[in-house]
Design a protein around this ligand. Structure first.
Ligand SMILES: NC(=O)C1=CN([C@@H]2O[C@H](COP(=O)(O)OP(=O)(O)OC[C@H]3O[C@@H](n4cnc5c(N)ncnc54)[C@H](OP(=O)(O)O)[C@@H]3O)[C@@H](O)[C@H]2O)C=CC1
Ligand SMILES: O=C(CO)COP(=O)(O)O
Length: 314
């Protein structure tokens, strides 16, 4: 079934989804805070996702008042979501967040932010998917999480395409936590590779990182099946194994004493600080990523500390 879909946030991911749904026959309106007219004229997002011509059924606007679809996707970074939602007064009945993080001001995930700031039904779209892969039309599978399974099923149906296959869950916390926490492990994995510790060390880090993810997510109420699914393990494997990931590249850069350019979204940095600041669980990787990013320790010191921890059962 095709229809109208609004997408807020013309970054790499919002643009990739807009291309996908417009190609599938939906009438898509993509909202950008800056540069909407230029994108509309060029029929391309040259800054965030170059090389993909917009289909005729995709239009770009800078006017929130032009958004009238009953279903809207929010493709903004997590830290922008709360302030944006509190001022935007969106009219869609269902708001689907695509953000992978935890809000540092409130400690809330994206769907709780939606519930706090709007009357819409919140849902979360998450899982292993690089914007460039989706834009290229490569096969992708994601998780659509919605506490209301009837609405979730309708959204799953509407947002699935031939190349973009959505699975469904009502475990919103599990889906959100998997997406947020895998970014922290990806930064650590990037640091391992950037420091030259090799593929075996990265594999160990991914496995121990998954144990840490599961510990934190379970404490928040996540279900096991969600953690081992696309939104948890699936996205962890993708993000820790590819230099297409900004979180992974950020970790590599940190280990080498370099920086990424300005304006690059690195969600895992905020999530690491949030988890480390909570301090209520054993989270050595989140603590290490926060310390590395703050310049409180270098990679060699952190690796030594992790390796010198008391031996224990797996
Ligand atoms: N890229 C990917 O492969 C994937 C990304 N995601 C998730 O999607 C979310 C967005 O990421 P992505 O699109 O890649 O990020 P980008 O950095 O490519 O784009 C972020 C977009 O958000 C806009 N934005 C930032 N702050 C605000 C604000 N306060 N108000 C309005 N607009 C704002 C930016 O506008 P401007 O251009 O003007 O700065 C930009 O268009 C993240 O949570 C990410 O984890 C999920 C799956 C895959
Ligand atoms: O979430 C992603 C892939 O699923 C994108 O990862 P990065 O934000 O690290 O680029």
């Amino acid at each position: 079934m095709t229809g109208r879909i609004d997408i807020l946030g013309a970054g790499a991911f919002g643009t990739a989804l807009a291309l996908t749904y417009a190609r599938a026959g939906h009438a898509v309106t993509l909202w950008a805070r800056d540069g909407a007219e230029a994108m509309e004229a060029a029929r391309e997002n040259a800054r965030r996702l170059p090389g993909h011509r917009f289909p005729d059924s995709l239009r770009v606007t800078g006017d929130l008042g032009a958004l009238t679809a009953d279903l809207a996707l929010l493709a903004l970074p997590t830290q922008s979501l709360g302030p944006f939602l509190s001022s935007a007064r969106l009219r869609a009945g269902t708001l689907v967040s695509c953000a992978k993080g935890i809000d540092r001001d409130t400690g809330l995930g994206p769907t709780a932010l939606i519930a706090r700031h709007s009357g819409a039904t919140p849902a979360q779209l998450t899982g292993p998917s690089f914007a460039v892969d989706i834009a290229a039309g490569l096969p992708t599978a994601l998780t659509l999480a919605c506490a209301d399974d009837r609405i979730g099923a309708a959204v799953q149906d509407r947002l699935s395409t031939h190349h973009l296959r959505l699975y469904r869950t009502t475990d919103v916390i599990g889906a959100e936590m998997g997406g947020a926490l895998k970014n922290v492990v990806a930064i650590a994995a990037g640091a391992v590779i950037g420091a030259g510790y090799g593929d075996s060390a990265r594999a160990a880090l991914i496995a121990r990182g998954f144990a840490e993810m599961a510990r934190v997510a379970r404490a928040a109420g996540a279900q096991e099946a969600t953690l081992t699914g696309l939104s948890g393990l699936g996205d962890l494997v993708l993000t820790c194994g590819s230099e297409k990931s900004r979180n992974f590249r950020f970790g590599m850069a940190l280990a080498r004493g370099e920086t990424l350019g300005p304006g690059v979204t690195v969600e895992g940095l905020h999530t690491a600080h949030e988890i480390a600041a909570r301090g209520d669980l054993d989270t050595p990787l989140a603590d290490a990523v926060a310390a590395l990013a703050d310049g409180r320790a270098d990679v060699a010191t952190i690796a030594d500390a992790l390796l010198n921890r008391p031996l224990k059962p797996e």
